[in-house]
Design a protein around this ligand. Structure first.
Ligand SMILES: [Zn+2]
Length: 249
């Protein structure tokens, strides 16, 4: 079976396990202060292909755009989400939802979903998706925490890691990093030793004024990640994927 991965936008990715498609962290709409910063591959939920399931790592709007996702036509699509988020999924009109703590698993169609640790200031999990010998790690927008090394211990044969790289910091807690940066992600790539890696979560912009006044993010992130990963994790093939570009595992 061929597994094909396609970024939608930001951290929203379709992982297609031979027709069993999982959507990660849906984000469709934009608001003042929340701009995709790159063209989205799927402008509206109605444009999505049929999904076997949806995973949501945490409740931030740019990962959990349930107001927009409520337009997705299949009300029976199942969700796996961080603990505490099921009520919001049900309120959006989707009844089939399972909350996961780290290392708990469920199935979305044929795809086995295991939650993994994360740290981001609000309750968050990352996910490992598996089907028919293909294994994908989805890093949402966590910091690089030591607990993530356990993913490698439990899933030693990762085909792909999807890793955030924008190193977001928010003023006034300016020195408090909220998301791993490109160097952190390269270090995590070395720890997870996936066959392939794709950076996510880097084009987002709050707009020119807010970017300057409120946020601090790494610039030239995909290139920085590519170079750092080449040095630290030379056995992993890095692919920088524009939204909509398919990558076969
Ligand atoms: Zn977030």
């Amino acid at each position: 079976m061929t597994c094909i991965v396609q970024r939608v936008v930001h951290a929203s990715v379709i992982v297609d396990f031979g027709g069993a498609r999982i959507l990660t962290d849906p984000w469709f709409s934009e608001r003042p202060g929340y701009r995709h910063g790159e063209p989205t591959a799927v402008p509206r939920p109605a444009d999505l292909p049929p999904l076997s399931g949806v995973v949501i790592s945490h409740r931030h709007y740019d990962h959990c755009d349930l107001d927009a996702f409520a337009d997705y036509p299949d009300r029976s699509v199942p969700f796996a989400v961080v603990r505490g988020l099921a009520d919001r999924v049900r309120a959006a009109g989707f009844e089939r939802v399972v909350e996961l703590d780290p290392w708990q698993s469920t199935r979305l169609g044929p795809v086995r979903v295991t939650a993994a640790p994360a740290s981001h200031g609000v309750p968050e999990v990352t996910f490992v998706l598996e089907d028919d010998g293909n294994t994908v790690f989805f890093g949402a927008d966590t910091l690089r925490i030591a607990e993530l090394d356990q993913v490698a211990a439990r899933f030693p044969d990762l085909d792909l890691a999807l890793l955030p790289i924008n190193g977001l910091r928010i003023r006034p807690a300016f020195n408090r990093k909220m998301v791993m940066d490109a160097e952190d992600a390269a270090g995590l790539t070395a720890a997870l030793h996936p066959r392939l890696a794709v950076p996510i979560h880097y084009a987002f912009t709050a707009g020119p004024v807010r970017d300057k006044l409120v946020l601090k993010m790494d610039r030239d992130r995909p290139d920085t990640y590519r170079q750092a990963a080449a040095a630290l994790a030379p056995d992993t093939e890095v692919h920088v994927l524009a939204p909509g570009t398919p990558l076969s595992l």
